[in-house]
Design a protein around this ligand. Structure first.
Ligand code: CA
Length: 230
């Protein structure tokens, strides 16, 4: 499983322990010891998940979670709170601040990674290694393989990422700029026309088994991936 994880933790030893374990699990790790440092990372590029310590110098983790949820650009980032507080009231407060989950210190690295995987599976399934199948079209991230009714379909890496996004987010309409943010990464300066080029290539790759019909153009809006063939 990949994905960039922003670790916001002021205790150097804990930050190091978490970072080493996440990197070992295949994640890219961004480190911050305070909210201002975290903000700097988030301004540069959106992480795929934020692991946020409750007790930080200055602005607290709970306050920062609220801040992330309040801003349109950061509202959908999955958040896991790290807390030394096991009291019921504190757990409720962590979840009410917008966190997806919380992990109580001390925790085992294995538990932490399992929680991260669970949150990503729920919130960002395109970042997991789980194979996905829709209407006979199957995408296997581990083998980096796509098959239509069992027949291998060849496509480039961008078309593969695009298909992974669509197949894990069916029946929703995405504009070109949303697809750029989600598939190419936000703050990437690519023309919106580029999206159309890759959509065309993806359709060509899916034509052999008729699965190109799953990818529908929504006039004036963008594209939608259907769960069922028409
Ligand atoms: Ca702390």
């Amino acid at each position: 499983m990949s994905g960039a994880i922003l670790v916001v933790e002021d205790e150097a030893a804990i930050q190091e322990l978490i970072a080493v374990n996440l990197e070992h699990a295949g994640h890219r790790v961004l480190r911050a010891a305070s909210v201002p440092q975290a903000e700097e990372h988030v301004r540069a590029a959106l992480p795929d998940l934020v692991l946020l310590d409750w007790m930080l110098p200055g602005t607290s983790g709970v306050a920062y979670a609220r801040q992330l949820r309040a801003a349109e650009r950061t509202r959908d980032i999955p958040i896991i709170m790290l807390t030394a507080r096991a009291a019921e009231q504190e757990k409720i407060l962590a979840l009410e601040s917008g966190a997806d989950d919380y992990v109580t210190k001390p925790f085992s690295p294995r538990e932490l990674i399992a929680r991260i995987k669970a949150v990503l599976r729920r919130r960002a399934p395109q970042l997991t290694d789980d194979a996905v199948e829709v209407a006979g079209l199957r995408l296997d991230p581990t083998a980096h393989r796509v098959t239509g009714n069992g027949h291998p379909l060849e496509m480039g890496p961008t078309e593969f990422r695009l298909l992974h996004w669509f197949i894990t987010h069916p029946e929703r309409v995405y504009s070109r700029s949303q697809l750029l943010d989600q598939v190419w990464g936000d703050h990437v300066f690519v023309e919106e026309r580029t999206v159309d080029v890759h959509i065309r290539r993806l359709r060509q790759a899916l034509e052999a088994t008729g699965h190109d019909k799953l990818l529908v153009t929504v006039r004036g809006t963008g594209y939608r991936f259907c769960r069922e063939l028409p």
